[in-house]
Write a protein that binds this ligand. Structure first.
Ligand code: NI
Length: 166
C-alpha cells in the first residue's frame, strides 16, 4: 500500500470542509488502511482524511503506547463536551511546530466504525485532545488557528520557507 502525501500548512486545501461519508465500503476501508500506514510511518497519533487531500468525514487515531490500537471515526459528531484542558499539540500538517491549545477535557462522540456500525464513546485526556484536533481538520481548521495572529504569521513564514527548500 502506498504512503499518502500529507498536505502542509498553509496549503489552502486544508481549509476544505469535508463531506459526509455516504457508504462505508471497501474503497473507504482501503483509504483507511493507507491512512493508517501513513500515520504510523510519519509517525503521528492521528490523521484526518482532509490531511491527505480526501475531503470526507473520516478520522483515524491511535494514542496507545504500543501503536496497535487504531480507532476509526466516520461521520463523527461530538454529542457532549465538559471541562477544559490545555495541552501542547503538534500536527503532521504543521511539521516541527508545537503549541498549547485549550480544549474540552471530556467529550462524548458518536461515529461509524470501519464496519459502518454506529458507536459512541466517551474520551478524556489525550484521546479527547486528539479527537477534537482531528475533527477540526474536517471543518477546515488547524490548531494554528487557535494561536495569536503573530504566531500564525511566524509559523506561516517558517513553513513557506521550508516548502521552498524542497
Ligand atoms: Ni493535525
Amino acid at each position: 500500500m502506498p504512503l499518502l502525501d500529507i498536505l502542509e500548512y498553509p496549503d489552502p486545501r486544508l481549509l476544505t470542509v469535508a463531506q459526509p461519508v455516504d457508504v462505508v465500503d471497501d474503497d473507504l476501508r482501503a483509504l483507511i488502511d493507507d491512512m493508517a500506514e501513513t500515520m504510523y510511518a510519519a509517525p503521528g497519533v492521528g490523521l484526518a482524511a482532509t490531511q491527505v487531500n480526501v475531503h470526507v468525514r473520516l478520522v483515524i487515531v491511535d494514542v496507545s503506547e504500543t501503536r496497535d490500537q487504531l480507532q476509526v471515526f466516520i461521520n463523527p459528531e461530538i454529542l457532549e463536551r465538559d471541562g477544559e484542558q490545555s495541552c501542547e499539540e503538534g500536527c503532521l500538517s504543521v511539521p516541527g511546530i508545537y503549541d498549547t491549545v485549550t480544549r474540552a477535557a471530556r467529550i462524548k462522540v458518536r461515529a461509524l466504525g470501519r464496519d459502518g456500525v454506529p458507536f459512541e464513546i466517551e474520551a478524556e485526556e489525550m484521546l479527547a485532545v486528539c479527537l477534537q484536533h482531528e475533527f477540526d481538520h474536517l471543518e477546515g481548521k488547524v490548531f494554528v488557528d487557535y494561536l495569536s495572529r503573530l504566531k500564525q504569521s511566524r509559523i506561516r513564514t517558517r513553513l513557506e520557507k521550508r516548502a521552498r527548500r524542497r
